[in-house]
Write a protein that binds this ligand. Structure first.
Ligand code: NAD
Ligand code: TYD
Length: 340
């Protein structure tokens, strides 16, 4: 099989490619990534030595570049990870989110149709459902996104389904909860806590810190995406979650204790506008249809993650470039966090 992966140099994409090449040794992979601030070739170090792996730097919103990649590679299947993925950045500057997360998906869908891909898997998010205080969202729940990020992902889901209904494109959608693990850019909560704590920097907690997320180890998500890609029913959506819900404060305190750092590093800052209080998805469908369930406990996943960041401090430093620092200096001073 020939698999075109987009956004493979980002966090989940890189973990997925590493997982996939071990599991499906004869499969050829083309990784198409624009290498935004979040894309990092180091995430796939060693991969270029494999005969059946290739990387092309290209932008999914560029139709000419995508058509060339599809025409040359002729993929059987496509998995789209490429996205602008950080809620706070989407609040500060939404345009790139609409472009990549919606228009880019449109370009990929057109190419998949034109070049006859037989599976198109869109990696979406549980954030499209919005916040839920009690109970859990299932795949038929109404979507009600709160941020420009989640709205752009929700719009893309609509387009993906439209290509299925209108043109018969064999699509699949996964909607997972918050992932954590190695190679995650240290702007998202868990790698930010670890990286800042290792550097004795403050950890900004938005609002009261009692917002709840369901923490999924990235390896479990990769296994689920692989299953959906190969065994999922086309035209269907699959929720993926760990069923491990914790408040942000719980997670921050837990990591600080493991690292033996003072809780005084925590600094409550202004809340995120439109901040979703709780995400929770039912995973009954993927369990029943595909036999998937999470296998890595939070304790085990966190320990692997912390270990990885502790041993890859130069990777952390390489992500914290001049552009990153100037964004955060401005962003954090807006939140009232001075000591960054
Ligand atoms: P990430 O930000 O770490 O990586 C995104 C990758 O996409 C980067 O390598 C970047 O260079 C690439 N990219 C961005 N714009 C591009 C463009 N126009 N053309 C080509 N490549 C482009 O994101 P992630 O956390 O790995 O998330 C991957 C996918 O999973 C996203 O679609 C995201 O919405 C979804 N998702 C993430 C989470 C999570 O917890 N991280 C949870 C649910 C769903
Ligand atoms: P994040 O990792 O950005 O994921 P998402 O917003 O997509 O769920 O944030 C996870 C939670 O942590 C969310 O409730 C916002 C909160 N948060 C903080 O309190 N401080 C921070 O510095 C960040 C990045 C997030």
């Amino acid at each position: 099989m020939k698999l075109l992966v987009t956004g493979g140099c980002g966090f989940i994409g890189a973990n997925f490619i590493r997982y996939y090449v071990k599991k499906h040794r004869s499969c050829a992979i083309l990784n198409v990534d624009k290498l935004t601030y979040a894309g990092n070739l180091q995430n796939l170090e060693g991969m270029e030595e494999r005969k059946n792996y290739r990387f092309v730097r290209a932008d999914i919103t560029n139709a000419a570049q995508m058509r060339q990649a599809f025409r040359r590679f002729r993929p059987d299947a496509v998995v789209n990870f490429a996205a602008e993925s950080f809620v706070d950045r989407s609040i500060a500057a939404p345009a790139a989110f609409l472009k990549t997360n919606f228009l880019g998906v449109g370009v990929l869908l057109n190419c998949a149709l034109e070049y006859g891909a037989t599976r198109f898997l869109q990696v979406s998010t549980d954030e499209v459902y919005g916040s839920i205080l009690k109970g859990k969202f299932h795949e038929r729940s109404v979507i009600d996104p709160s941020s420009p990020y989640s709205a752009s992902k929700a719009a893309a889901d609509g387009l993906v389904m439209a290509f299925h209904r209108t043109y018969g494109l064999p699509v699949l959608i996964t909607r997972s909860s918050n992932n954590y693990g190695p190679y995650q850019f240290p702007e998202k909560l868990i790698p930010l806590i670890i990286s800042n704590a290792l550097n004795h920097q403050k950890i900004p907690v938005y609002g009261d810190g009692l917002h709840v997320r369901d923490w999924l180890y990235v390896g479990d998500n990769c296994r689920a995406i692989d299953l959906v890609l190969h065994k999922g029913r086309t035209g269907e959506i699959y929720n993926i979650g760990a069923q491990y819900e914790r408040t942000n404060l719980y997670v921050v305190e837990k990591i600080l204790r493991i690292l033996n750092k003072p809780l005084g590093l925590i600094e409550h800052v202004k809340d995120r506008p439109g901040h979703d209080r709780r995400y929770a998805v039912s995973i009954t469908k993927i369990k029943k249809q595909l036999g998937w369930q999470p296998s890595v406990s939070f304790e085990a996943g966190l320990s692997k993650t912390i270990d990885w960041y502790e041993h890859n401090r130069s990777w952390i430093e390489n992500t914290r470039t001049g552009a990153y620092r100037s964004f955060y200096r401005k962003y954090y001073s807006g939140l009232g966090l001075k000591n960054f």
